[in-house]
Each structure stands twice: as structure tokens, then as C-alpha cells.
Write a protein that binds this ligand. Structure first.
Ligand SMILES: C[S@@+](CC[C@H](N)C(=O)[O-])C[C@H]1O[C@@H](n2cnc3c(N)ncnc32)[C@H](O)[C@@H]1O
Length: 278
């Protein structure tokens, strides 16, 4: 069952920027890129919408044992940076699903500009009601999307359902730290109405209750602190770069980046990479 409409509308509103593909392409053009034939490196500052960008995507992909013969479902695929990176690097086919219509449209445009339309496709939908038959995918992939979803039990049960037996789920997520509630705004939410973080023990429990066996569990909080501190410092000194995540999040991005550093340093959030098998 999908999430309540009001919640989904609030989440979409948080992420939606009108004419996003056009504004990303215009920013890339201003930065001197050939927008008719873009590279993954051109897009990397804006299209990997999670802590530590492409580096974290490749780490997770290697941990999950991605292969060219796999069909991957990316749940909460955003504007598609991770799906394009793993498709290009490993040759796998990726279907992305995301709640935010504007992100799905943008992801499709960008896939075309980097010549990956044969391997990646995007469709709008709710992670709690995946529009696929059971046992469709070899791997379920999800990075930094569960924070917007309160019903984690349905989320991971849906992933389990559409995964083939013997397949894995690869997760890279922000979890609740031991030190209490986060400082808002953060990149995934302006306030607590759209932010739902589990602690590490709760995530383990909900994955196991959905039927998964956890095979890899890595805390990557320390690397996240270093990455966000450097990013926030760069913005404070030199202002926003021509192409960056602020194109997705608007004027509040510098405050969000500052809050992420505080949330990480004060132990209000932690990051994990998890691989679990069906
Ligand atoms: C921080 S972005 C991460 C995007 C992408 N995974 C990445 O790492 O680049 C979170 C994404 O989750 C999506 N999302 C949130 N709730 C969702 C839901 N219930 N179903 C599908 N997508 C959802 C949002 O629309 C947004 O694109």
C-alpha cells in the first residue's frame, strides 16, 4: 500500500525544482561542458545525491558483487547518478523508481545525454507499492531514500518480494545516531514531518523480519564526516560551485550542508552500508 497522499506530496514538494533538467544543462553549459555529449564525470557533482557521491556508489556496488548479467532495481533513484554509474562501470541493466516525477524526467534526459538509455530506465512510483511482479530483480539497490519513509517494514518487505531468491539488497543509508534528533533543515527534509530515521539495531531487526540475512554491515560515518566537512568548508570559502547538489535543493543547501556536519559530529546521524540476501 502506498504512503498517505499528504506525506507523498510533501516529499515531492521538498525535492521538486521546476525545469530541473534544463537548469542542470544550463549550469553545465556555463561550466564549459558539451551538453550534447556529457560524461559521467561532468554530472558527478550534481547527480549522485548522497554522502560521498560516486565513491560511495562504487564501494557499495563492489560489496554487493554487481555483474553485467544482473537486472537491478534502484529504489528512490533520484536523478539517476548511481544507476548510470553502475550501468557504465559494471554493464548491468538498471530500472530506477522514484516518487518525484521531475526527478524521473530529469534522470531520463541525463541518461540520454551520456548515451546510457539502452541500460537504464526510470519510472515514477512509490517504494511501498512497487509496480513489479514478485522475483523480478537480481539485486535491489537503495541509497539515501528510506529517510523519507516511515513504514520501513513495508519498504523492506516490498524489496524482498520483487527480489529473486538468492538475490541481495544493497543499502547505503543515513540512520539515527545515539545523540538525539537531527538539526533541520537537512538535504532530505525541512523538518521532522518528512524525516523518519531508524537506529542501527532497528534497521537490523526490520531487515531480518522482512526475511533478509545480513551479510555485510559497514559503518561509514567517519568517512562521511570528512567528506561533509570538506564540502561545507568549500562552500563557506568559495561559495556554491556552478554545478552541485544546490541545483536540486535550492537556496537552503548551504544551511543543510552545515547542519549535516553538526549532525554527524554530534552523533545525531550515522551512515551504514549493508548487503543482505534473500
Ligand atoms: C536524497 S535522494 C537520493 C537519490 C538517489 N538514491 C541518489 O543517491 O542519488 C532521495 C530520493 O528518494 C525519493 N523517495 C522518497 N520517498 C520515496 C518513496 N516512498 N518512493 C520512491 N522514492 C522515494 C525522493 O524522491 C528522492 O529522489
Amino acid at each position: 500500500m502506498s504512503q498517505p497522499t499528504v506525506l507523498n506530496e510533501n516529499i515531492k514538494q521538498h525535492y521538486t525544482q521546476s525545469d530541473l533538467a534544463a537548469s542542470i544543462l544550463a549550469a553545465l553549459e556555463r561550466a564549459g561542458k558539451n551538453v550534447e555529449r556529457l560524461t559521467l564525470a561532468d554530472l558527478a557533482p550534481v547527480d549522485e545525491f548522497h554522502v560521498r557521491g560516486g565513491e560511495a556508489t562504487l564501494e557499495l556496488a563492489r560489496a554487493a558483487g554487481l555483474r553485467a548479467d544482473m537486472h537491478v532495481l534502484d529504489v528512490g533513484s533520484g536523478i539517476g547518478g548511481p544507476s548510470r554509474r553502475i550501468a557504465r562501470e559494471f554493464g548491468c541493466r538498471v530500472t530506477g523508481i522514484d516518487l518525484t516525477d521531475e526527478y524521473c524526467r530529469t534522470a531520463t534526459v541525463l541518461a540520454d545525454r551520456v548515451g546510457l538509455s539502452d541500460l537504464v530506465t526510470y519510472r515514477q512510483g512509490d517504494a511501498l507499492d512497487l509496480p513489479f511482479p514478485g522475483a523480478t530483480f537480481d539485486l535491489i539497490w537503495t541509497q539515501h531514500a528510506s529517510m523519507n519513509i516511515p513504514d520501513k517494514s513495508t519498504l523492506y518487505r516490498e524489496m524482498f518480494r520483487v527480489l529473486k531468491p538468492g538475490g541481495s539488497v544493497a543499502i547505503y543509508d543515513i540512520l539515527a545516531g545515539p545523540a538525539g534528533p537531527v538539526h533541520f533543515p537537512v538535504p532530505w527534509a525541512h523538518g521532522p514531518e518528512t524525516s523518519f530515521l531508524l537506529g542501527p539495531d532497528e534497521l537490523r531487526q526490520v531487515l531480518e523480519a522482512a526475511g533478509f540475512e545480513i551479510v555485510i554491515w559497514r559503518d561509514s560515518t567517519e568517512a562521511a564526516v570528512a567528506w561533509f566537512t570538506a564540502l561545507s568548508g568549500k562552500i563557506q570559502q568559495g561559495g556554491l560551485p556552478p554545478v552541485g547538489i544546490h541545483l536540486l535543493l535550492g537556496d537552503d543547501f548551504p544551511a543543510m550542508a552545515r547542519n549535516q556536519v553538526r549532525n554527524l559530529k554530534e552523533g545525531r546521524i550515522v551512515l551504514v552500508q549493508v548487503v543482505a540476501e534473500k
